[in-house]
Structures are given as structure tokens and as C-alpha cells.
Design a binder for this molecule. Structure first.
Ligand code: ZN
Length: 292
């Protein structure tokens, strides 16, 4: 696979030539917007080359097992049709759609602003540690989603699934091959170690990441729905059993970023959830009828 050259992705400002920080979005000298740091981290030569090598190796194995047609079709499908789905509770969906000025908030911001209580101490420490080793000081600016071919994400994170308009996130979203908790464990990423290259991708390379991961799970004659099932897997109960490609969106979004909203769960909704979803979907449909 050819890789786009990535001249100077994070070392010097293209406007004023001052040294850049890999964890800042703006040049500390002239404030020029140099792009989301999570995306720039994916565009280093080291990551692009490692990802291309993994993709090429996966494609060669698919060819050897007679699945080249499926490999290329799945790759094209991801490139053309995949997007990011954020799952949220019905109450959060309601507040996002009911109040025009509402921004979607992540865990770090809600806890930091004392709007919500932290998770239990063990989970809170785990969460902060995983965000810290992956992103450092900008971990609080990352919003998590799932790469999907449909409008369905992970029910273990909420019953309302919102697919975001690609144009609103494509320049600030990167992808990690698995759930970040699983990733840091599987790759023994601890404070002081570097992240292994080739397991994350910017928007334009997301098909390479998916096929590097899932190429060995293709078989002759598979359908699109079978590919979606291996791209996003959940038992609707335990997050530890989820298997997916994790999306990292830099900074927040509002309701205008949502292009589709659906309910997705196997369990029965509570009365409050039903009311909250009704309000959210009513407002979503009303907005959809208007020019954004
Ligand atoms: Zn500058």
C-alpha cells in the first residue's frame, strides 16, 4: 500500500517554523492551528509505514487463502461507507437534542467540572491511566466512539446510537485497533514506554487499520452484514467482551453533528428511558426537516 508522505508532521510549525509540541493543537509561538494532536500522531512516517506493512501482509495472506476479492471489497466498503457512532444514554441524548447550546461532554469534563461523580476508585484510576498513556495531557479532549458501517455502535455504552456526519469529524478523528483498555494491556503500554506503531490510523487510513486487524477473519462469499458483525461485536452486557475499532474524536460536538439516531439494545427500556428517547428523537426529526 502506498502511504502519503508526511513531511514534518509534528516537529516544526509550517507557518513560523518554531518547534511544535506533539500534544498541542496550536503552535505555542504563533497560535497557528497545526491540527488535532491525535491525528498528527497517526501521520508520522513511523506509524504510516508500520500500518502499510501490516495491511500489505494481511492482503498477502488473504490472497494466499483465496479471499483477495473479499479483502478488497471490504477495504473499499470501509473507505467509502464507514463512519463513527457514539452510544449514549437516553438522558444524555435528550439533553443534547433538547438544548440547542448543549455540547456532548466526556467523562473527564463532567468529573472535572463536578457535574458527575467519578466512577468507583479502581475504575477511575484505570480510566485516567489509560487516557494518560495514550494521549498525555490532552486525554481530556478526546471523545470516544466506534467505527461502524451502519448507525449501530456499542450497546454497552448506551442505548441511543448517534452516527456523526463525517464532514464534522474527519479532520480531528483517529482510530485505534481495539478498545483502548485492551490495547494498553495487550501491548504492555505503561508509563515511560512508546506506543507501538501501526495500530492507529487517521481518517484516510481507517480501511488499512480495519483490514490489518480483520483480514484473517475473511472467508469466501461473506456478506456486508457479516463484515459489520466482525467490525462491531458486543454481547450487550459486558464491555470486556466488546470487539471494535475505537474512534478518538478531538474536542466536542453538538447536535448538528448527528446524522442518524437509533435505539439499540436487547433489553427493555425503563419508563424514563422511553420518555427521554421520545423527546430526543422528536427533536432530531424536527431538526432534520430543517436546513442545518
Ligand atoms: Zn507557529
Amino acid at each position: 500500500m502506498m502511504v502519503a508522505s508526511a513531511p514534518n508532521p509534528q516537529h516544526r510549525c509550517p507557518k513560523c517554523d518554531a518547534p511544535l509540541s506533539a500534544v498541542l493543537r496550536h503552535c505555542p509561538t504563533c497560535a497557528f492551528d497545526v491540527g488535532a494532536p491525535n491525528v498528527r500522531a497517526c501521520r508520522t512516517d513511523e506509524n504510516l509505514k508500520a500500518l502499510a506493512a501490516r495491511y500489505d501482509s494481511s492482503r498477502a495472506r488473504a490472497n494466499a487463502s483465496g479471499c483477495l476479492k473479499e479483502f478488497d471489497a471490504f477495504s473499499t466498503l470501509i473507505e467509502k461507507q464507514s463512519g463513527v457512532v457514539v452510544a449514549m444514554t437516553a438522558a444524555i441524548a435528550r439533553s443534547l437534542f433538547d438544548y440547542p447550546k448543549q455540547l456532548y461532554a466526556n467523562y473527564e469534563q463532567l468529573v472535572g467540572a463536578r457535574i458527575r461523580k467519578p466512577a468507583d476508585p479502581e475504575h477511575d484510576r484505570h480510566r485516567c491511566a489509560v487516557g494518560g498513556v495514550l494521549f498525555g495531557s490532552y486525554a481530556g479532549s478526546i471523545y470516544y466512539g466506534t467505527l461502524s458501517l451502519t448507525g449501530i455502535g456499542l450497546p454497552t455504552y448506551g442505548v441511543v446510537h448517534c452516527r456523526l456526519r463525517s464532514v464534522t469529524i474527519d479532520k480531528r478523528t483517529s482510530f485505534l485497533e481495539t478498545n483502548s483498555y485492551k490495547f494498553v494491556t495487550d501491548h504492555s503500554v505503561v508509563p515511560g514506554t512508546s506506543l507501538p506503531p501501526g495500530f492507529m490510523a487517521c481518517w484516510e487510513q481507517r480501511h488499512a487499520l480495519v483490514l490489518a486487524k480483520l483480514g484473517d477473519r475473511l472467508s469466501v462469499g461473506q456478506t456486508e452484514s457479516e463484515w459489520e458483525a466482525i467490525l462491531v461485536h458486543s454481547d450487550d452486557k459486558d464491555r470486556g467482551n466488546d470487539d471494535f475499532v475505537e474512534a478518538h474524536i478531538y474536542e466536542s460536538f453538538d447536535r448538528n453533528a448527528v446524522e442518524a439516531m437509533v435505539l439499540s439494545t436487547k433489553r427493555k427500556l425503563s419508563k424514563a428511558e422511553t420518555i427521554d428517547f421520545d423527546v430526543a428523537i422528536h427533536e432530531f426529526n424536527r431538526l432534520k426537516g430543517k436546513t442545518r
